[in-house]
Design a protein around this ligand. Structure first.
Ligand code: SF4
Length: 691
């Protein structure tokens, strides 16, 4: 079973992609690497325990009546294939869909996009990254001409004398980013952290601003207004490298500190202080995280912070969260993109990919539905067959109860996973796939650095590699000639060719260069190219080399507190869990640290309700109610509750969240909902609005 006694690879639990030595018995040791400096966080150190876990799926399952029954691989693949064929024959190819994930390797993400388009012939492929990075990605594409996340190596962070971090609790989401931030702080960098909670990350801050959830856009607009008022804009940079400042400034007229303070629930002084810190910076960096992105104004919010960076001659980046959040969004598993960030509706891009795939461009379907739109189409019976791989859409989607109902009754749901997720429990066919450590592959971390993950062992008996499963399904669907590979390296070589000349150009990053230990950032157009750690150092990626300002007039979130739902609810991660917890909630060392979702509530609010620490409370939105144990947190706004999103079933907080979508990127509003809070014994009680 073991292919090597100890294998250098990278962690599976966040976009840092820390380097580690992994042994087939699950032992993990950190490796020296520019990203993690020879250290790992608790998630990385625990990740190896997944390898021999008793819960691993080791046999395919097919639904027979109410139950999922173990069957042979031949039977499971046959049922899966015949289901997709039947759906296509009766309702058209577009009645099938594919739902992928941003933790999949580049090769799997690439194959999944190819599978949807060539094997199923459907335009409807999207992935869970739509719920994570899509707002910042869309904003960077619009403003900078290219989305490459952080846009620079982590080693650059100490170069900035001010770093503004908006909506990112790196200490719990990207733990090994913290040493980089702390090093910068020790070197004199001053941090402004914007978060409704004073998190561990916010402890870095010279200034912590705690705005109401969903109001970051107002804060960004006000900061731009104040800096323009005080004539602190970098007009040399603006004239030389940007377009459109005038329209952007017009949109922030009247965004005074008093106005922003009113909207955001801050003091005018705090807003002015942030503006002064930014104005005094020799070189500032603005970083956004999911707090800025995950709302129905996510793209506008990211654009507003990019406006601010451009106006100051500062720099901008976004902190990608999921393990392959960067590569996963480049490789063609998005509804509107082909590999390399190619546009699925651009004739030249279609031609380029079709040539590599050995088909005519007319074989490639056009733009399909985004992730939540796919689930909405399932609910109305338009999409009847779906393959889910590397994702758990029931608990990770807003208004999860409805998603669960519609997936449970859909005609043909096939799930590839290594553990039985909540989504898999409702499937017609479950195919036991591989862990990250059981197949070779590449990922692209939050910096844009491409890394090679090596398999430490094969999948356990009864499970198969994801690539092997996809290729078998494709063969069953009559597309086997397009899915014949000797292994991940051959997929990667094809991926390189498919991205050659595209925005996300991997052509020059060969497998051999990665094996030789080269540290390479895309774009890398030729095999002797050194890669591009800082893509915007000289010019932005629009044809004229200039970045674009965008007018970003403030619009509030879709839902505001009312008399019946007087509090804000926001959600996020905790250090000990990842995504919907389908992996981490099975690891004893992690669940011991954080066994159940806790509802963070300010002690004043808790006292008003008579909610003692550890007591059960019920939080309710217009959509659902859920019960959690109370944790008093004096570092959260009194009008705001926080619940982590790593649980499923009745504990899934996304059951309560608003499914309204950002009109540009279709990001759901995960970060703000209006809720009521009451002790379980008195669920009818309504909390008076916080002062
Ligand atoms: S910081 Fe992220 S990649 Fe690094 S060990 Fe922790 S979870 Fe893994």
């Amino acid at each position: 079973m073991e292919t090597a006694p100890g294998t250098p690879t990278h962690c599976c639990f966040c976009a840092m992609q820390c380097a580690m030595q992994l042994h087939a018995d699950g032992t993990v040791k950190p490796l020296p690497h520019p990203v993690n400096g020879g250290k790992l966080c608790v998630l990385g150190l625990t990740s190896g325990e997944l390898l021999g876990h008793a819960d691993r799926l080791r046999t395919p399952l097919v639904r027979k009546g109410e139950r999922l029954e173990p069957v042979s691989w031949e039977e499971a693949l046959e049922v899966a294939v015949q289901g997709f064929r039947r759906v296509a024959a009766e309702h058209g190819e577009s009645a099938n869909a594919v739902y992928g994930g941003a933790s999949l390797s580049n090769e799997k993400a690439y194959l999944l996009g190819k599978f949807a388009r060539l094997a199923l012939g459907t335009p409807h492929i999207d992935y869970n990254g739509r719920y994570c990075m899509s707002a910042a990605a869309a904003a960077q594409n619009r403003a900078l001409g290219l989305d490459r996340g952080l846009n620079r190596p982590l080693a650059d962070l100490p170069r900035y004398d001010v770093i503004l971090m908006v909506g990112s609790n790196a200490a719990e989401c990207l733990p090994m980013l913290m040493p980089h931030l702390q090093r910068a702080r020790e070197g004199g960098t001053r941090f402004i952290v914007v978060d409704p909670r004073r998190t561990t990350t916010a402890n870095l801050a010279a200034l912590h601003l705690a705005p109401r959830p969903g109001t970051d856009l107002a804060l960004a607009n006000s900061l731009l207004h104040l800096l323009a008022r005080d004539q602190r804009l970098d007009h040399g940079f603006i004239a030389g490298r940007t377009r459109g400042l005038k329209e952007a400034l017009r949109a922030v007229q009247g965004c005074t500190a008093a106005w922003a303070a009113e909207v955001c629930g801050l003091l005018p002084y705090e807003v002015e202080q942030a503006a002064q810190l930014l104005a005094g910076a020799r070189k500032a960096l603005i970083l956004t995280g999911r707090g800025a992105d995950q709302n129905s104004r996510g793209v506008a919010t990211s654009l507003a912070f990019i406006n601010l960076a451009l106006a100051l001659g500062a720099e901008f980046g976004t902190l990608t969260g999921q393990a392959n959040g960067q590569g996963g969004r480049e490789m063609g598993q998005k509804a509107d993109q082909l590999p390399g960030y190619r546009d699925v509706e651009d004739p030249a891009d279609r031609q380029a990919v079709a040539r590599v795939w050995g088909v005519g461009p007319e074989r490639l379907p056009g733009k399909g539905y985004s992730a939540f739109e796919i689930l909405q189409a399932v609910a109305r019976g338009e999409i009847r067959g779906m393959l889910v791989m590397g994702s758990n859409p029931i608990p990770s989607s807003p208004r999860s109860d409805r998603v669960r109902e519609s997936l449970a009754r859909m005609e043909h749901l096939v799930v590839i996973d290594s553990f039985l997720s909540e989504t898999a429990r409702h499937a017609r066919v479950v195919l036991p796939g591989a862990l990250w450590s059981e197949e070779d592959g590449t990922t692209t971390n939050l910096e844009g650095r491409v890394v090679l993950r090596r398999a430490v062992r094969l999948p356990p008996a009864g499970a198969r590699g994801d690539q092997e499963i996809l290729c078998a399904l494709a063969a069953g669907l009559g597309a086997g000639q397009y899915f014949s590979y000797s292994g991940p390296k051959e997929v990667y070589d094809e991926l390189r060719r498919a991205t050659r000349g595209a925005k996300a150009d991997y052509y020059g990053i060969t497998w051999e260069r990665l094996e030789a230990g080269e540290e390479l950032f895309w774009p890398c157009p030729s095999e002797d190219h050194p890669g591009t750690p800082r893509p915007f150092a000289e010019r932005f990626a629009h044809a004229d080399g200039r970045a674009r300002f965008s007018p970003t007039p403030f619009q509030p979130s879709a839902e505001a507190p009312t008399a019946h739902y007087p509090l804000y609810l926001t959600t996020g991660r905790v250090l000990y869990h990842y995504l919907t917890g389908n992996h981490t909630r099975r690891l004893g060392r992690l669940t011991k640290k954080y066994p159940e979702p806790l509802l963070e509530v300010h002690p004043e609010t808790a006292q008003r309700l008579g909610l003692a620490e550890g007591e059960l409370a019920e939080v309710s939105s217009q959509r659902a109610s859920a019960r959690y144990r109370v944790r008093h947190n004096p570092r959260i706004r009194p009008d705001t509750l926080f619940v982590p999103f790593h649980w499923d079933g009745q504990q899934a907080i996304n059951r309560l969240m608003n499914p309204v979508l950002d009109p540009i990127c279709q990001m759901p509003e995960f970060k703000v909902a209006a809720v009521n809070l009451a002790p379980v014994a008195r669920p009818e009680a309504v909390v008076a609005a916080a002062d």
